[in-house]
Design a binder for this molecule. Sequence first.
Ligand code: 5AD
Ligand code: SF4
Length: 453
Amino acid sequence: MNAIKKSYIETFGCQMNERDSEIMGQVLSNADYIPTEDIKQADVIVLNTCSIRDKAEQKVYSLLGTLKKLKAKKPALIISVAGCVAQQEGKRLLTRMPQVDIVLGPQQIYRLSELVSKAVAMGKQQLAVNLSSSFEIPRHIPPSPVKSSEDEQTATASFKKVVTIMQGCNNFCTYCVVPYTRGRETSRPHDDIIAEITVLANQGVKEVTLLGQNVNSYGRTNDSTLQHITFPELLRNVAKIKGIKRLRFSTSNPKDLSPELIKCFAEIENLCPHFHLPVQSGSNHILKRMNRKYSIEEYLAKVKALRHIRPDIVLTTDIIVGFPGETDEDFQATMDLLETVRYQGAYSFKYSDRPQAKSVAFDDKVDEQIKSERLHRLQEKQKSINLQENQKYEGSIQSVMIEGESKNTDGQWKGRTMSNIIVNFDGSALSPGQEVQVKITEGLPHSLRGTLV
Ligand code: 5AD
Ligand code: SF4
């Protein structure tokens, strides 16, 4: 009798990686691997890595160090490194880390079980990092969700799903590694996306997030036989699928945010009023050096148009501090922008050199200590803006979709508003996916508190 084979997948980085991990889980479950949450029990371990910032990359190397010991005790263990670090390092990773059996890039995830079989049968390291400029997302993605595991699957996973609509990027922002790790933009056929979401909705999924590196340029594909559909058209068609109560998307380059997309926020009822619009810097001089292809004035005009059409829209952003050449004045422009836009959340990072990115060669790098100081000042300011903005909800009633019981406090539940803000509240006999009305009693920097109505 064959022993049960188990797989363990750890994900670093972005939502795209989370979705890729789900797909790899599905690929492995088709090959009869059952997911486990105990890394020590696993026969196959996958680290799905991120190389967007050097910090993310270091985490992977430290985990690989720990896994070396595990492999010494269990030589049959298959260790795979997937994702952007795998793509970036390729063969070097196999040489530097002999404990690694498989290195596979983001375009190769569908081949995971084939690579595992080869590694087991041949006892040899496997490398799959081809990055094709004519890559097409396979039409037959393994069915979602994964076979039920012996470990409890979180209930959240069953009502909320992320669906890849395109991947890769053609923008070449000078700081960014993504075009080199994920290749050129390619979109999934409209009909495949609609079919996948229809199946999900029939399984009880109520919320979908359409995912791509730059969803606004959805529609570009290497297959000339496919019909050309724009992102706003796709949104409208997904919104009509029965059972989909909340529709989100992520992520967009502001330069491609079109008037048609802005109009969707007024016209599509189940499109959630939240827009993650990464600005990166408040200074035109820095934006130019980043190759972002928009000015702050253009960006602010789009923010204004969005808020005009949908006054309750929540805006969030990404910011890099200490980009090469960033002066005190440039940084101040970013601080001023926070006041002007008043985002309800900003992910902020210190600039770090990424292999292959153009900015590596820029010679006016900002001192590490100055970067840290700027980041600290920026985060303090944003925290107080978050708090003030969240306090504005006090007294209001919000429709909250329940995600599950709160981890930290007994008897508390956690959910999200349409605009994606986390709400904690007391309650009993509730279930994930249920929509309830909550009266907001307190706004905190990163969440709201309330009571069930
Ligand atoms: N250094 C710091 N932050 C970066 N990001 C992307 N590349 C870098 C880099 N080299 C940030 C950007 C992006 C987010 C996902 O990560 O803000 O929007
Ligand atoms: Fe990280 Fe970018 Fe790769 Fe996502 S696409 S895993 S953010 S490097």
